[in-house]
Design a protein around this ligand. Structure first.
Ligand code: PEP
Ligand code: MN
Length: 263
């Protein structure tokens, strides 16, 4: 179902007035985690002003340490809804497990399945049983074949609305958090009709690399970007080091718009 062989035309996933795939560039931006009303509303207004199309923000966070901030849960979802009401931006937030699936689905426009859950087959099947758009992130050490097979799990249950996301993979390199595999973009375009976006924030773990790799991602044919932005990265409860300050995000938007207009 995910293969280009059986479906030659690009899939376009519609979210409100936005279309992901088929040559559009969609930018999803916002904090790693929803931390408070003030934080989320501030960041939502900023990214909207700079031209972001959708708002990201985790309410349930898959943290490496159980002692780190785990997210605001349903209170965070309520804040995302409020930010959507004010800005009009659709919401992208992660669904981590079956227990919280229904509550997340009630609030969000796109269900994000995180890298750590790319092979949570029960979760993939559950996401396949609804018709909501699913943003499926590549697993930490997943091959392209495994990545596409996870998309196949969702599609084989009846949901064709899958958006893939390259977010870097584990390699021997330690300067960056992960290694961004940009070859995944043209490769997936050959193998599949599904849209693919790039997450340079989690791929690098370093804010200074986010803009250059965003430019590269668009140049190589990505259908969009998902970018972490924080107005006070030094105070962020998660992923501050990779979060762009507002002006830097504005600069990124400008650069990306120029590149996408020229290709
Ligand atoms: C995220 O986007 O918030 C996230 C946790 O990303 P990943 O699953 O790619 O690590
Ligand atoms: Mn993050």
């Amino acid at each position: 179902l995910a293969s280009r062989m059986f479906h030659p035309d690009d899939t376009v996933v519609t979210v409100g007035e936005h279309r992901i795939g088929g040559g559009n560039v969609v930018v999803i931006a916002g904090p790693c985690a929803v931390e408070s009303e003030e934080q989320l509303m501030t960041i939502a207004r900023i990214v909207k002003d700079y031209g972001a199309h959708m708002l990201r923000g985790g309410a349930y966070k898959p943290r490496t340490s159980p002692y780190s901030f785990q997210g605001m849960g349903e209170d965070g979802l309520k804040l995302l809804k409020k930010a959507k009401e004010e800005t009009g931006m659709p919401i992208v937030t992660e669904v981590m497990c079956l227990d919280t699936f229904d509550v997340v689905a009630e609030y969000t426009d796109i269900l994000q399945i995180g890298a750590r859950n790319m092979q949570n087959f029960a979760l993939l099947k559950k996401a396949g049983k609804c018709q909501m758009p699913v943003l499926l992130k590549r697993g930490l050490s997943a091959t392209i074949e495994e990545f596409l097979m996870s998309a196949e799990y969702i599609m084989s249950e009846g949901n064709p609305n899958v958006i893939l996301c390259e977010r870097g993979i584990r390699t021997f390199e330690t300067y960056t958090r992960n290694t961004l595999d940009l070859s995944a973009v043209p490769l997936i375009k050959e193998l599949s009709h599904l849209p693919i976006i790039v997450d340079p924030s989690h791929a690098t773990g370093k804010w200074s690399m986010v803009e250059p790799l965003s430019r590269a991602a668009i140049a190589v044919g990505a259908d969009g970007l998902i970018i972490e932005v924080h107005h006070q990265p030094e105070l962020a409860l998660s992923d501050g080091a990779q979060s762009l300050k507002p002006e830097k995000f504005g600069k990124l938007m400008h650069a990306v718009q120029k590149i996408s207009a020229s290709i």
